[in-house]
Design a protein around this ligand. Structure first.
Ligand code: ACO
Length: 334
């Protein structure tokens, strides 16, 4: 399959950064009517990191990126492309360029990519297209979100779920017929968009007679938790199986199942449907909650630095969330 491509892909570095402040379930029970028992048993979450008013998405994303570049042993000036997967930029025009400037990645072109909690997997596949076609050699992919700025802190059904953070990987061109991105599959279904949204609410404002524009605000996150849960448990195993099929691998060849960290019950149900043992499931939900586009690279970074994930290990990663969007990528680390 590789002969039609100019280069393969290696994922050579990872990094993460999470804000200092940590709030546990007892802390949240002071804000909304909830309990550690409810949150722990329904989600597996014990605490989450929350960005302070002084933090910015681009600052935590830049820190994660620096750690990934150090591991990959490449300089920011070697980067050709920076993709920032986020739904919560500091600036709606995009935050990737600011990160490019903060890193001093003077040669790199930078842009934001929005696909909610699927953003990291969608970003990995997007980066891969530029590398495989020979256009770029060194790509920095960041997944970062600060959903604490967009939740309704009086809505107990959503505010207990999310945390803030950033994770990053360096993806590099690999010569010699090797390609460590073994297979992928991406999906979207906009007919289910209303199950999870952070929507703009327009208020008409008449400019001159007969001409009105919209001047509104973004409504905080709304979610039909049960529908999103049902969607994830059904669609994520399907998309992983499809990506494994494209990689020509059976499920027993997967060393690590690395899912978007949304809910421990979703992780357990997907692993059970795929018959992947618990020992192969990466989970850091208890400490970070759902960090949206950041959750996969933060969990990857921790597992790599703990020595759990080793060079050559095969990882089945899957992101899912708003859009609705979902996708899987099968890759070998290192
Ligand atoms: N504390 C205490 N009680 C609560 C809380 C809370 N924090 N939140 C809801 N409840 C109550 C409800 O009001 C309800 O009470 P009722 O029976 O008296 O009406 C009861 O608990 C059960 O509520 P459900 O919504 O049915 O609870 P469920 O078991 O479905 O768990 C949850 C809710 C955790 C949100 C689950 O549905 C879920 O994880 N869904 C998936 C969410 C997800 O994965 N999102 C990922 C995408 S994120 C992205 O893309 C940005």
């Amino acid at each position: 399959m590789l002969e039609q491509f100019q280069a393969g892909i290696a994922i050579t570095g990872c990094g993460a950064c999470t804000p200092q402040a940590s709030v546990d379930n007892f802390g949240l029970s002071q804000i909304v009517e909830t309990s550690d028992e409810w949150i722990s048993t329904r989600t597996g979450i014990k605490q989450r990191r929350l960005a302070s008013p002084d933090d910015s998405l681009s600052a935590i994303a830049t820190s994660a990126a620096i750690n990934a570049l150090e591991m990959a042993a490449i300089a920011p000036s070697d980067l050709d492309l920076i993709i920032l997967a986020t739904s919560t930029p500091d600036d709606l025009f995009g935050s990737a360029s600011l990160i490019q400037a903060q890193l001093g990645a003077t040669r790199a072109v930078a842009f934001d990519l929005t696909a909610a909690c699927s953003g990291f997997v969608f970003g990995m596949v997007t980066a891969a297209q530029f590398i495989r076609t020979g256009v770029y050699r060194n790509v920095l992919l960041i997944g970062a979100d600060v959903l604490s700025r967009w939740v309704d802190w009086s809505d107990r059904s959503t505010c207990v779920l999310f945390g803030d953070g950033a994770g990053a990987v360096v993806m590099q061109a690999l010569e010699g017929g090797c390609d460590r991105l073994l297979g992928f599959e991406l999906r979207s279904d906009g007919t289910q968009n209303h199950f999870l949204s952070l929507a703009y609410q327009a208020q008409p404002q008449e400019l001159i007679e007969g001409v009105s524009v919209a001047k509104g605000i973004y409504h905080p996150i709304t979610m039909n938790g049960q529908e999103v849960y049902r969607f994830a448990v059904k669609r994520v195993p399907e998309v992983i199986e499809k990506a494994l099929f494209r990689a020509n691998l059976s499920v027993d060849r997967v060393d690590w199942l690395l899912l978007h960290q949304a809910n421990q019950r979703i992780l357990d149900a997907v692993a059970s449907r795929l018959k992947i043992p618990d020992t192969k499931v990466i989970s850091n939900l208890a400490n970070y909650g759902n960090t949206s586009a950041a959750s996969i690279p933060i969990a990857l970074d921790q597992a790599v630095r703990q020595g759990k994930i080793k060079p050559g290990d095969t990882i089945a990663a899957s992101g899912f969330g708003a859009g609705l969007t979902w996708g899987a990528a099968i890759f070998q680390w290192g």
